[in-house]
Design a protein around this ligand. Structure first.
Ligand code: SER
Length: 319
């Protein structure tokens, strides 16, 4: 029996990952930690839920002891746009929190840890198309800096202390459950809500800003598959490149328009454009496919269809 801790459980990924882990391992074996954002009653009542600050080592140690935790998904993080507004906080939460969790893993014999990296680990000097696994990592956002430093920290703890920490460089993630918050790729979620509610959307990126993206169910599958893989198959202990689709605002808008004919998208780039311009357009994730059998399911067409179906049912909006 495994006892799992999920930090950042009320964030975009946590809100989908926690139900999947509860389904696989039993509700009482998955301990969700939230801090600022409160989830709905159903989420709280479905399994153990604690309110705690992931940058408080004593509080984390107490929860690990209380529940006999052996596996951690350390998701808590500030994203790219919020990180640029408050770089100090981004460093403290993203790096401080990771260091604490890696130390706790060592001290408490945690068997396995997952930590998310991102396409934000890349920067303007990285090749932007089919970005290789091993390449230049010179990001120009604080979020990206914490991702590169975090990857190196994970690798260090694995090599020096034998901590079984595993990581993925997530692309932008599109979900029909929880909203993302403070990211540069958030437009790709907002556009669906606005298309259904108002048949129009003002995008804060240029129409041709192609970025790597992924539907949430693929992101959850990748995360669970990576964590269930035999340790010997995990050859990369910094973080694996991970990809599914790449598209621009113009392309996703055109796909939505096939279902909602009246939909119109306009473009008014803001400070997030410079962040998007520093990131890759597409990712080479062949190492993940080779080492532990990664395979995505959703392309743009299939994802758009599913998003509109699920969101319209949840929001009670016909299209
Ligand atoms: N979705 C994230 C962001 O936009 C990238 O990891 O910040």
């Amino acid at each position: 029996m495994t006892r799992i801790l999920v930090t950042g459980a009320t964030g975009q990924i946590g809100m989908s990952l926690v139900p999947e882990l509860r389904r696989k391992h039993g509700n009482s074996n998955v301990i969700a930690i939230g801090h600022r954002k409160m989830p709905d009653e159903a989420f709280i009542n479905a399994g153990p839920f604690e309110i705690a600050d992931a940058t408080n080592k004593e509080a984390m140690a107490e929860i690990i002891n209380k529940y006999g935790i052996d596996t951690v998904y350390h998701l808590v993080s500030l994203l790219s746009a919020t990180g640029e507004k408050n770089p100090d906080l981004a460093w403290n939460v993203n790096m401080g929190g990771l260091k604490i969790m890696l130390d706790l893993a060592r001290e408490h014999g945690i068997k396995r840890i997952f930590w998310p990296s991102s396409i934000a680990a890349f920067g303007p000097t990285t090749p932007r198309d089919n970005t290789p696994q091993d390449t230049v990592l010179e990001p120009n956002t604080m979020y990206g800096v914490t991702k590169v430093a975090g990857e190196l920290m994970c690798n260090y703890y694995h090599k020096k202390y034998g901590v079984d920490v595993r990581s993925l460089r997530y692309p932008g993630i599109i979900s029909n459950n929880a909203l993302p918050g403070g990211g540069t790729t958030d437009y790709a979620v907002e556009i669906f809500y606005e298309a259904l509610k108002h048949q129009k959307y003002k995008c804060y990126l240029r129409d041709d800003s192609t970025l790597p993206m992924m539907y949430m169910s693929d992101a959850i599958k990748a995360t669970v598959d990576l964590m269930e893989s035999d340790p010997a198959s995990i050859k990369i202990r910094t973080s694996y490149n991970l990809a599914a689709v790449s598209f621009s605002p113009k392309e996703v808008a055109a796909e939505i328009k096939k279902h909602i004919h009246a939909f119109e998208c306009t473009y008014e780039p803001d400070f997030r454009q410079a962040i998007a311009d520093s990131w890759p357009r597409s990712i080479d994730d062949s190492r993940a496919r080779k080492d532990w059998g990664w395979k995505h399911t959703y392309d743009l067409k299939k994802m758009t269809q599913d998003m509109l179906e699920k969101l319209s049912a949840r929001l009670g909006l016909k299209y």
